[in-house]
Every structure is written in structure tokens, then in C-alpha cells.
Design a protein around this ligand. Structure first.
Ligand SMILES: [Zn+2]
Length: 328
């Protein structure tokens, strides 16, 4: 395993160089359709660069070494921009290949093609090339495969993406990170990916922090995958529970022996593409902590107060992401 390399936007690194890692965040993200609104809301490259670099400085001072950007191909992914942020900040950034879930993604292209014949091989070809050769003509290689499902079901389109992700995971060794919607389909995603041949050690089921039913977590974990509490600080909005409820689940799972299967992140976005989000004023206090520094400022102290040891914190922040990306 010593020759395993992790694709960052600046090139390959050893998994041991990842250090403290935020396993699911975004620098820029835009729902499909934002491109059509650029007359009103153009991409402010310089402004967003300043914001992203300020954030990276803050995170570096808190010990962060690696930032996983989980933006899929249909979420406004900008690998060259991420490369510039990484070059100027010194933080490792890993970008993704893959597609968002059907309802909020951009499924028309692949759905139309699949009406004329099976396109799973084409999707595999795309994921594989973005991991092994690069994205478009940038030479920047994706380091993770991102796929997702909607609320309460896995559609045919999403199943196709998951099966393609599993095949390319097997071929390349690159991990799969997922989006689940409103705390549903975690166990089903894990089962689907493992059945389709993906290595459970390279699967991170995402947004598990959106469900506080301990049985949901145990049902997912029994497939051998990692689970990611990666919407910390995002409360009530998007169907999310409160952090205090999440701490109870996290501390409980760690307490019964799952420290090696848990990751923590926030799913924050430095800048939404398109017009600013009009978040209702009354909701702002609920998301006051929804920031990539939340882990360091409040979550770790809360876990420690609940009996989680420094060693277990280290496992979650550093060892688990490294193992997900193929490091021993
Ligand atoms: Zn995300």
C-alpha cells in the first residue's frame, strides 16, 4: 500500500501527507441553472479568491492540512480555481468527479443518452479519465468520486451513477463520498456500493449527521463503510437536526467502538454561485456555527466533554480520512 497516491489539485501526495482533513466541504457550489443567471450574478473570481484564502489561513492556523471539495461535475466544479487556492494557501485540496442526486443535479444529458442505450460504460469512462488523466484539459486529476441519492429512494439514474462509481473505485482505488438527503438511504447506499464491488474501506456515506436514529447509523455501519457527520453547524434548515442531538449520537457511536468509522465536516460553501442565498433572518442564529472552523472551535470540545479522548479525536480528524484515501 506504500505506493498509494492521493490526487490533489496540485498533483499526487502520499496519504501520510494529508494530516488533519475536512472530508466534505465546498469552495464554490452552484445548483444547475446558475450559469444562466450570470448576467445578473457573474462569477467574482477575485472576490471569492480573497474569501477562500482568508478561510484557508484560518483553517491552517487551527491545524488543517487537507480540504476535500466534494463538488460534483454538475455543481459548478472549478478545478483551476481550486488549484489557485491550493497554490496560494498551501492547503492540500482534493477535488471530485461525479454527479449530484437526480432531483437537484443535472440529469438531462445522461438521461437522454440512456434513453438510446446503456451509458454506464460512458460514465465510467468519464470518471476514470478524470481520475487518471485529468479534468477537461487542465491536467488536474480528481481524487474522489462523488455520488448522491434523493429523499427516501434511489432512482434508476442515481443507481446508474452508484454502479459506475463502484466500478471506477475498484479500478482506480479512489474513494467514493456520497450525498444522502434528509437522513435517508444511508444503509441502502452502502449496500448498493458494496454489492456493486466497491471496497467498503473506500466508502464514506455522507450527511449521516442529518439523522439521529442510532439504528440508522448501525444499519449503515454494518456494511463496513465509514459514516460522515458532515453537516455540523447546519441546523433545522434542509431538514437537519440540532448539533446537540448529533453530539449524543456521535459520542454514543464512539463510545461503543466506532471511532475508526467516523468522519466530521460541515458541507459549507465559501461562495454560492449565482445570486446570494436569501436565508430568512430568523434562521440565521441556527446556522451561526455553520463554518469550517466549527469542528475545531466547538465540536471537539463538546466531544471531549462527552468523554471522547484526544486519541479518538486524532483518529477521526486524521487517521480515518487517510485510510479512506488508501493510506495504512
Ligand atoms: Zn456537499
Amino acid at each position: 500500500m506504500s505506493d498509494v497516491k492521493v490526487n490533489t489539485v496540485l498533483g499526487p501526495i502520499s496519504p501520510s501527507e494529508m494530516g488533519v482533513t475536512l472530508p466534505h466541504e465546498h469552495i464554490v457550489f452552484g445548483f444547475p441553472g446558475w450559469e444562466g443567471d450570470q448576467t445578473i450574478a457573474p462569477f467574482d473570481r477575485e472576490g471569492i479568491l480573497v474569501q477562500a484564502l482568508e478561510l484557508m489561513e484560518e483553517l491552517k492556523a487551527l491545524g488543517l492540512r487537507t480540504f476535500v471539495d466534494a463538488t460534483p461535475n454538475d455543481g459548478g466544479r472549478m478545478p483551476e480555481f481550486l488549484k489557485e487556492v491550493s497554490e496560494k494557501s498551501g492547503v492540500n485540496i482534493i477535488c471530485s468527479t461525479g454527479y449530484y442526486y437526480e432531483e437537484e443535479g443535472m440529469p438531462a444529458y445522461w438521461k437522454f443518452r440512456s434513453s438510446l442505450g446503456d451509458v454506464k460504460d460512458e460514465i465510467c469512462e468519464l470518471f476514470h479519465k478524470e481520475i487518471t488523466v485529468g479534468i477537461r484539459d487542465t491536467g488536474i486529476k480528481a481524487g474522489a468520486i462523488k455520488v448522491g441519492t434523493g429523499k427516501g429512494e434511489i432512482t434508476d439514474y442515481e443507481r446508474m451513477m452508484f454502479e459506475a462509481a463502484a466500478r471506477v473505485q475498484q479500478d482506480t482505488g479512489v474513494p467514493i463520498i456520497t450525498h444522502t438527503q434528509e437522513g435517508t438511504m444511508g444503509p441502502e447506499q452502502a449496500e448498493l456500493l458494496v454489492t456493486a464491488g466497491a471496497d467498503p474501506e473506500r466508502i464514506q456515506i455522507g450527511h449521516m449527521s442529518d439523522n439521529t436514529d442510532i439504528r440508522y447509523h448501525l444499519e449503515t455501519l454494518k456494511h463496513g463503510v465509514s459514516i460522515s457527520f458532515d453537516r455540523m453547524g447546519l441546523q433545522v434548515l434542509a431538514g437537519c437536526p440540532m448539533d446537540i442531538e448529533r453530539y449524543a449520537v456521535l459520542i454514543g457511536l464512539i463510545g461503543i467502538g466506532y471511532a475508526e468509522k467516523i468522519m466530521i465536516s460541515h458541507d459549507t460553501i465559501v461562495q454560492w454561485l449565482g445570486r446570494p442565498m436569501n436565508i430568512p433572518k430568523e434562521a440565521l442564529p441556527l446556522i451561526a456555527d455553520w463554518h469550517p472552523t466549527h469542528l475545531f472551535k466547538k465540536i471537539i470540545p463538546a466531544l471531549k466533554q462527552g468523554g471522547v479522548t484526544d486519541e479518538q479525536v486524532q483518529t477521526i480528524l486524521q487517521d480515518n480520512p487517510r485510510r479512506l484515501f488508501g493510506g495504512g
